[in-house]
Design a protein around this ligand. Structure first.
Ligand SMILES: [Zn+2]
Length: 292
């Protein structure tokens, strides 16, 4: 598999709800698709490597984790309003194209509000939103969940405020005041520092490199862990191959994060769910873990 031929097609709705035991449900929310231009589709040794054509659409997946402690939303997906906000950035085949050549498509029914409703989740009942990072396709729909506490890694927020590439502060709600996550010296496998929530049912782990303060979320279940990887790797294949593609702030740090995630995923039964892997929802349904 490579970026030019992701499979299966992201065109169909990948949303679903998968139960773990009596009281945990993982909801996949398919909030749109993204394509990447030749100029941004690959990175190798810190340099952009060009692909010959625009990629096919990748899904943009957000997740809602329902436990006895409440419902935690992991990323929001993009917003349909991003089309309007970026109207001056040009178009490619009728779709929005940002200045840095990323094209989003949010179809009717893809919106976060629609996906939450379909999953039976009332936005006002959300316990919190955890943002893996502040790229627009991960936080663009914050407007759909007003008043819900938002958690972001401190390093991610501070870099975004300073104007980090790809972090579109103009999409943030006017009252955006996230709780900034710091890590403590509580180890989880290959990660020496973590941030625990809900008595350890959820654990935030630092997986920076793709962006300045990118984080991933670990859910403990009776069967193992579900690791919500954001953009730490665009697919499980890339994770296993330790291949970095696409936008990357620091190649050495991204490489370290991928290695740490893979080490953890091989130490514990792990279902790996990054944000843009069309195979992830199937693996969740089939409880397919990262091969050892
Ligand atoms: Zn990203």
């Amino acid at each position: 598999m490579n970026l030019d031929n992701p499979t299966p097609s992201a065109a169909r709705d990948l949303s679903r709800s998968v139960r773990f035991g009596p009281d945990v449900v993982v909801h996949v929310l398919h909030t749109g698709t993204v394509r990447v231009s030749p100029r941004q589709s690959a990175t190798e040794r810190g340099r952009a490597r060009t692909a010959p054509v625009w990629t096919r659409p990748f899904p943009i997946l957000a997740f809602a984790v329902q436990t006895p402690d409440g419902v935690t939303l992991i990323d929001t997906g993009p917003s349909a309003q991003m089309h309007d906000a970026h109207a001056d950035d040009g178009e490619f085949e009728g779709r929005l194209t940002l200045k840095w050549d990323i094209s989003y498509e949010v179809r009717p029914g893809d919106s976060l509000a629609s996906r939450l409703s379909a999953a039976g989740i009332v936005p006002s009942a959300l316990r919190r939103v955890i943002l893996t990072h502040l790229h627009g396709d991960h936080c663009g729909a914050l407007h759909d969940v007003p008043g819900v506490p938002v958690l972001v890694a401190r390093g991610e927020y501070e870099a975004a405020v300073a104007g980090a590439f790809g972090a579109s502060a103009r999409h943030w709600p006017a009252d955006f005041r996230p709780q900034l996550v710091d890590y403590s010296y509580a180890a989880l496998g290959s990660f020496g520092r973590t941030h625990s929530l809900d008595r350890g049912r959820l654990t935030l782990i630092p997986t920076d490199g793709h962006s300045a303060g990118h984080l991933s979320v670990v859910l403990r279940t009776a069967e193992g862990i579900v690791l919500f990887g954001g953009d730490v790797a665009f697919s499980q294949r890339y994770l296993i191959d330790q291949q970095i593609v696409g936008l990357c702030r620091s190649v050495p740090r991204a490489r370290r994060s991928m290695a740490d995630v893979l080490t953890l995923a091989r130490a514990l039964p792990t279902i790996f769910l990054p944000a843009h892997d069309a195979e992830g929802p199937r693996r969740l349904s089939e409880r397919e873990t990262v091969p050892g």
